[in-house]
Design a binder for this molecule. Structure first.
Ligand code: ZN
Length: 244
């Protein structure tokens, strides 16, 4: 007997809600040398971390961060600036990328800015290696039913970002062909799209034109001046014969 999946006719896609726990406050950066910290635990092994650290606290009332448009959060993270101020802004908005254990309301967390940068760099590399079949990562999640909805709660923000990236159709994850593009990671509307936006596409058009002129400009100008001489010769002949 052949099984006919009726549900396919009824609903075109599965509904699953991806989310992670969020809600942070008092985010700031601190300079100096700090011991290795994992979440709220100070590690005694390894050299201390240099450079700015981002420090903050989990709110008493934790909230939830949900994925909305497909790839939207992944897009934002991949294109985010990576200086200290930007990392502060990102953390205020979304919280730390990593965490160890459940976020405890009111507890402080701390991570070196360099760690955030390393995570982002790796995320961009994953985006670029569209052959993501190679990648295997432990996202760490629990699949639960809440208020009648199926949902996947990732343990950390980084897991949610990866879930967002990998639930996008692979062939649409692209990098803009303009070398100095400031937000090069994008999700293509159509498969032939090579540039992230109209501005970059217009830049490419201009560049093509410039190239054409550099290669064919002299030829074109010569041909044009020849045409002109021929025309003006023709005209002067006609005038000498009394034609208009
Ligand atoms: Zn671009």
């Amino acid at each position: 007997m052949k099984y006919t999946p009726a549900i396919r006719q009824m609903s075109p896609g599965r509904r699953i809600d991806f989310c992670t726990l969020a809600g942070v406050e008092n985010i700031r950066s601190e300079q100096g040398t700090w011991p290795h910290v994992r979440g709220t635990t100070i590690l005694t092994s390894g050299a201390p971390d240099e450079g700015p650290h981002i420090v903050g606290r989990w709110k008493q009332q934790l909230t939830e961060l949900h994925l909305s448009g497909t790839g939207q959060l992944a897009y934002e993270f991949a294109n985010y600036r990576n200086d200290e101020q930007a990392i502060l802004r990102f953390t205020k908005k979304y919280g730390p990328l990593e965490r160890w254990g459940k976020p405890e309301p009111g507890k402080e967390f701390r991570f070196p800015a360099s760690e955030w940068q390393a995570h982002q760099k790796q995320f961009k590399q994953v985006w670029e290696s569209i052959e993501a079949g190679k990648l295997s990562a432990q996202i760490g999640n629990r699949l639960i039913i809440k208020n009648g909805h199926l949902r996947c709660e990732t343990r950390k923000l980084l897991g949610l970002l990866l879930a967002d990236l990998f639930s996008c159709p692979r062939e649409r994850l692209k990098k803009c062909c303009r070398p100095d593009c400031l937000t090069p990671y994008f999700i293509a509307h159509h498969l032939g799209q090579r540039f992230c936006c109209d501005v970059c596409a217009a830049w490419a058009q201009r560049k093509l034109k410039q190239q054409w002129w550099a290669e064919h400009g002299d030829e074109w100008r010569k041909a044009k001046s020849k045409r002109r001489t021929r025309l003006s010769k023709g005209r002067s002949k006609r005038t000498s014969r009394g034609e208009k």
